[in-house]
Write a protein that binds this ligand. Sequence first.
Ligand SMILES: *Cc1c(COP(=O)(O)O)cnc(C)c1O
Length: 427
Amino acid sequence: MRFVSTKGNSQKVSLEEALFAGPAPDGGLYIPETLPVLSAETLDALSGGSIADTALTVAKCLFDDDLDSTTLESIVRGSLDFTIPLVEVEDELFSLELFHGPTHAFKDVGARFMARLMGHYLKSRDERATVLVATSGDTGSAVAHAFYGLDGIRVIVLFPKGRVSALQQRLFTTLGDNVFALSVDGTFDDCQRLVKSAFADPELADQTLVSANSINVGRLLPQTFYYFHLFAELPRASRDSLVVATPSGNFGNLTAGLMAKRMGLPITRFVAATNVNDVVPEYLASGDFRPRPSTATLSNAMDVGDPSNFARILWLYDGELDAIRADVAGRAYTDENTRATILDVYERRGYVLDPHSAIGYLGARDHRQKTAVFLATAHAAKFQETVEAVLKTPVPLPPAIAACAERPETITEIDASIESLKGFLKP
Ligand SMILES: *Cc1c(COP(=O)(O)O)cnc(C)c1O
């Protein structure tokens, strides 16, 4: 597979190059030059079962030229060792539960695949590497868990001291082994600045520093797998006029869905469901894309005012608004809508939604033709305070998360200077 830049002014690169590169040299994002199309027979043969089996069928089409089948199988099975159930919440309206991985959020899928793919290439080059990641919560825990225990790679998570929720923090400070947590005396922006400076620092040139941020192709591509999986899990009679709603922030998840459609998956329409950070729904309505600072909401992983994957969506459709509109409906919802939905779905169906999945549910309900699926992106207990305040009933933590509250934290404190970070990286 070859990758081109969305800006069109960079050399084509291989999967391995795109994986370790971050953005393209021209400032665009890498995207596959062409996507393989799965035959009708292959699609028809997909049937319910494990996500790993379906993912392997799709992965073989995507990575045929890049990886031998034994390697690919071990990467896919190693990443997707948890279930992704499709639950019928009400008649012909399904929840795809992407939150059964180690950190109980959908980012586990992409992060775990990326980690194993990087591990494979580093091993074949006989190199060791350091993953540097700045976090305000969610990303740090997904990335730390994804690389945890992998040979030859250490992960350093930088987080702003005292500004990450206790639960989120414990998810990456209690792992140990090859995961190191640095508490930075500063803000999230300071953490990001330190990571950027480290990549640019000549004194660190002898270290293989790797970034694992959300635009990485190693995270984007495996997100196509679960769109095929939801199709495979649906009863055959429910596969026509299928609408899929994606609760969106940076739009990686939706981009992967649109790529799956390009690969032949018969999804009739997508719903880009957002909170009040609605630059994409607004673009679909008016044709104007106006990025702006984000507004804080209950669905905070979707508080994005300038979604980077929008460039990939435009590229996929050659910038043609009407073509995008044919495939994607946009819809924004308020915190008020979110709370009311969490309560309503619990009271009517006994199903507990987190604030992000609630927005997905609304998009699916409001735009369904016949069957609709929404992506449930986080376990409700990760947003315990909000959900319990609405439902007035306890929402218990999953055992794996509860367990890490018992383990001791290991944290190194540094000030917000590149010298302190270097002191840690090169003792
Ligand atoms: C990251 C995230 C989203 C948004 O996904 P994008 O790919 O950035 O659009 C939605 N829900 C949860 C829980 C997330 O962590």
